[in-house]
Design a protein around this ligand. Structure first.
Ligand code: SF4
Length: 314
């Protein structure tokens, strides 16, 4: 079968994370989710209280390790599970839970280095808020970036500040752009994290978020479906009928429209959501991740379309 799409070995119509890792490292590479024991300025009152309305009691790190164990212990446990399936693999340490640059520099160094020094760790992925990037931390990240594969994942969720207020984000799109610029100027690869299906957002609003991000020089993007989880403010709002959840058909249309406007080379780290099954209130169709990804592939074929088809260069 001839391959018609760039960034694909199997006619996938978008640039997948797996394709990227396989070509960059020439072997299987896993992300190992970690809980570094951080908190978040949007929870402790520094920026806001209560956190984002959708944030679970795991600080958006539902699959990260147990913070009562040391980082190398957490790492070892996750690694062991993956080894059963893939005995030969390398790893990217993923600081996932809460805000992973929210601590004094010395503490960050100690935590990041404790993972970087482990055998077969080929990189770090650090998830944080765009408004928690002090200069000394950015300088340190730039230094790490010289010696390993580094991605800094910035939570944006939406470019629309009205929605940001509604979900209690306590930062603006402008804050995101400033955080992005700080990292980008130092050559640090940035991943933007957005959420489709936020309360009050239309199809057009979500498309505008993708269009705005298409004009930046991002390394990768994660597009997450909104998950309503138990014990969150959003769960109450949903149960009070304040907003509807996306249907699978709507989600597929939005994702395909977003892929079409994104740059063809942008790595798509994620196109669905991952939440703890026992905590998920909805949408329940999202549990069938394979079906969701399949429907997206089918829709791209039906449209005869692909990532970047309508991308416009800045
Ligand atoms: S910024 Fe992240 S960790 Fe903090 S409240 Fe929001 S989702 Fe939770």
């Amino acid at each position: 079968m001839t391959n018609s799409f760039p960034y694909s070995d199997d006619n996938k119509r978008y640039h997948t994370w797996n394709y990227h890792l396989r070509h960059k490292f020439g072997e299987k590479v896993f992300k190992v989710s970690l809980n570094g024991g951080f908190t978040c300025p949007n929870i402790d009152g520094t920026k806001g209280v209560g956190g984002c309305t959708y944030c679970s009691h795991y600080g958006s790190g539902d699959f990260a390790g147990n913070p009562l164990e040391s980082l190398p212990e957490q790492f070892e446990q996750v690694k062991q599970k993956m080894h059963q399936k893939w005995p030969e693999a390398s790893y990217i340490g993923y600081f996932q839970a809460y805000t992973n640059t929210y601590a004094p520099l010395e503490e960050l160094k100690q935590k990041y280095e404790s993972i970087l020094q482990l055998p077969k760790v080929v990189g770090l992925s650090i998830s944080t808020r765009p408004d928690v990037l002090p200069n000394d931390v950015v300088d340190y990240l730039a230094e790490i970036n010289q010696r390993t594969y580094l991605i800094v994942e910035l939570g944006l969720q939406t470019i629309h500040d009205e929605t940001g207020k509604r979900i209690n984000r306590h930062h603006t799109y402008q804050d995101f752009l400033e955080g992005y610029e700080k990292l980008h100027q130092k050559g640090i690869p940035v991943c933007a994290h957005i959420i489709d299906g936020l309360p009050g957002e239309s199809h057009q609003d979500m498309l505008e978020t993708a269009q705005a991000l298409s004009q930046l020089d991002l390394h990768c993007i994660k597009i997450h479906l909104l998950h309503v989880l138990k014990h969150t403010v959003m769960a109450e709002q949903y149960q009070n009928g304040e907003f509807p959840l996306l249907r699978l058909e709507e989600y597929v249309q939005i994702i395909c429209d977003q892929l079409e406007v994104l740059p063809p080379e942008l790595i798509i780290q994620r196109l669905t959501g991952d939440g703890a099954k026992e905590d998920l209130i909805g949408p329940l169709w999202s549990l069938k991740k394979f079906v969701v990804l399949n429907e997206i592939d089918k829709e791209l074929v039906r449209r005869d379309s692909w990532q970047g088809k309508y991308y416009q260069k800045p």
